[in-house]
Design a binder for this molecule. Structure first.
Ligand code: ATP
Length: 194
């Protein structure tokens, strides 16, 4: 069976960019957060549970998950967020296991923003962290999303610190320079894991 490398990083660290480089190298990547976004719309059992927890407004008139409503509802309510995650995460885990069964490469990657927070690294062969200085990440996200400095800072404050993630990671990519360097580091790390 395939070895699973957990790929993670804080907001704006560059983990999605690294995931794309990994795919270019021919290794499959499971995008946990993207899959979660699909699953909340596809899985009826999940829909019922989420509506029970957060209200009918969690889904719009077309039956689609209202991400903004849900985000606002749980943003300052740790307990509610925890309960929501208790509903969504098991469904994503099952979806990942199904995906993994179909993989034939000896090495596959699982991109998860909350790899360490949810202790999912324990279920991986190794963890790969993409990290960068806070001010660099902030600037990149401002350029990408048009979010304000304050908004990004608020998100960062809720995430595990880079220092703590660095302590937990098996492999680390420091993404403080340019995309060429990022690609080179990614290729080197894949080679080293092999
Ligand atoms: P999020 O968790 O917010 O989705 P992420 O960790 O997936 O972020 P990316 O989306 O990969 O991060 O990168 C954030 C932004 O910074 C993107 O617009 C990306 O193109 C850009 N970026 C990433 N790394 C570099 C780099 N080394 N040089 C220049 N731009 C970069």
């Amino acid at each position: 069976s395939s070895k699973v490398i957990g790929l993670t990083g804080g907001i704006g660290s560059g983990k999605t960019t690294v995931a794309h480089f990994i795919e270019e190298c021919g290794f499959p990547v499971y995008y946990s957060d993207d899959r979660a976004k699909t699953i909340v719309n596809d899985n009826d059992e999940l829909k019922v549970k989420i509506k029970e927890l957060l209200g009918e407004e969690s889904y719009d008139e077309n039956g689609l998950y209202d991400r903004k409503f849900v985000a606002e509802k749980v943003f300052n309510d740790k307990d509610l967020l925890h309960q929501l995650n208790e509903i969504i995460h098991p469904a994503v885990r099952i979806d990942f296991e199904e995906w993994l069964e179909k993989q034939t490469k000896y090495l596959v990657f699982k991109e998860t923003a909350l790899l360490f927070e949810l202790k999912l690294n324990k279920q991986c062969y190794k963890s790969l962290l993409v990290t960068a200085e806070d001010n660099i990440r902030t600037k990149r996200v401002m350029d990408r999303d048009g979010k304000t400095y304050r908004e990004i800072e608020a998100i960062m404050e809720k995430q595990m610190s880079e220092k703590d993630k660095i302590k937990l990671a098996d492999c680390i990519i420091y993404n403080n320079t340019n995309l060429e360097d990022l690609k080179e580091q990614t290729e080197r790390i894949i080679f080293e894991i092999e």
